[in-house]
Design a protein around this ligand. Sequence first.
Ligand code: HEM
Length: 514
Amino acid sequence: MYILMEFLKLFQASFSLILLPLLLRLLFSCWILPILVYRKLRKNGFGGPTPSFPLGNIREMEILCDYDSSLESSAISHDIHSTVFPYFSEWQKSHGKVFIYWLGTEPFLYIAEPEFLKKMSSKVQGKHWGKPNVFKHDRKPMFGSGLLMVEGDDWVRHRHVITPAFSPPNLKTVVSLMVEPATKMLERWTALINAGKTEFDVEREIAMMAGEIIGRAGFGLSCENGGEVLEKLRAMQITLFNVNRYVGVPFGQWICRRKNMEAKKLGKEIDQLLLSIISGARNKCGEGSGQRQRHRCLLGYLMEGERLNERELVDECKTFFFGGHETTALALTWTVLLLAMHPHWQNQLREEITQVIGDGEIDFTNLAALNKMGWVMNEVLRLYSPAPNVQRQAREEIKVDDLVIPKGTNLWVDTVAMHHDPTLWGDDVYEFRPERFKDDNLYGGCKHKMGFLPFGFGGRMCIGRNWTFMEYKVVLTLLLTRFSFSLSPTYHHSPSILLSLRPRYGMPLIVQPL
Ligand code: HEM
């Protein structure tokens, strides 16, 4: 009896000293703080679907996703918003283009209205934008505190270190390093065709090639070393984003504990691989080697002046390895599909290549002169934006006219919705019409300049966009001069989200030599 009493006393003491403050903190961050933000947002008059505790609107999102996938058809329609984001499309009907929805106990301000976005973002500098805290846990193994996730003065420091790597003089030297892996892929395709296989999954092929490009041009790696990092990053992507992870739900990490452990393990393995790559590069660039490389790879810039510590360096490597290949590969994959559907555009691009490059070598200057290819790229990024949304968190209160967006508000900018909005683009919004970028090569005639955001907006806009323009044009030029593409009956059109916008069942196409 005495022991029991002592135990109860001990429990009481530890409860009041440790557990109670912890519980109060949890209650404050998971419930009181989000409710305060929500109340302030509601004062602005924003509506939204009714949330329930503790899932918010997650259950409704799941139900709407299930419902829509059963309606999939084999026809190819570019009207994809209601398939990839059925819940947003449904909620827009009742609540308009700016509303509040909940992921667990976290309210998000949904935005598909360019004028509102313009007014709001013009008040905030890059370094004052945050990334939603609720996603940080999920994304940590993938991006760590790399440029995509870092905030404040650290973001300014990282961005300064990295920006010179994307300057035109450096990018000029990268072109030849992009040609090599692309040519290797074409040789593989030729071998497949010679062996009688004219249909294959171009998505896999292009992703592998884009991975080699970032490995070689970004990190000076052989394909074997780069391949291992990429394989693990892809496995991590599937582990992290293929299931509903109950983001924003208190203790959500515990529901998906096994997946979290797997992701952490993969994260550690990738860190080890990258550390050995970094130390190899240090030895190569070490004093006394006396060798000045003509091309400075990304890693060289990242390591310069030791302005990033080892942890930051590893996180940047992960960020660039992944960010540097996935989105560009998807832009090329969707392009090949659209060109297979529109053979006259294949011909137009071939003619342009003949006029601009002819039998000459591909270089920085002639790539810039491939104007029609630029229109095609923009139109693909409009219809199938590889980065389907932009997420931010307000670190300070933001005033928009007489509205107040409170500090801590999570923002979800729906890029796909704006790129498919007939009020911004006109009645031909769902058609593939690259010529819309002919007279307005930046905005394609969109009625609002913030309506076309494939690379995000403001100071935190994608740092790698010029790299992408080049890689896209190098690879497409080589592809179009060797092959033609047509649709395969086995292709099933089902764009889906796995962090980025990708074809759910790959991209089998019929490829023929010219
Ligand atoms: C089609 C290709 C690409 C697309 C669609 C794309 C899209 C985006 C978007 C939407 C953002 C977020 C911007 C924001 O928050 O406003 C972003 C950021 C970023 N992208 Fe890209 N990207 C592409 C290619 C690349 C490449 C090739 C690299 C690297 C070589 C890269 C590296 C990054 C990094 C590091 C950031 C974070 C920038 C920051 O927060 O300062 N991206 N990208």
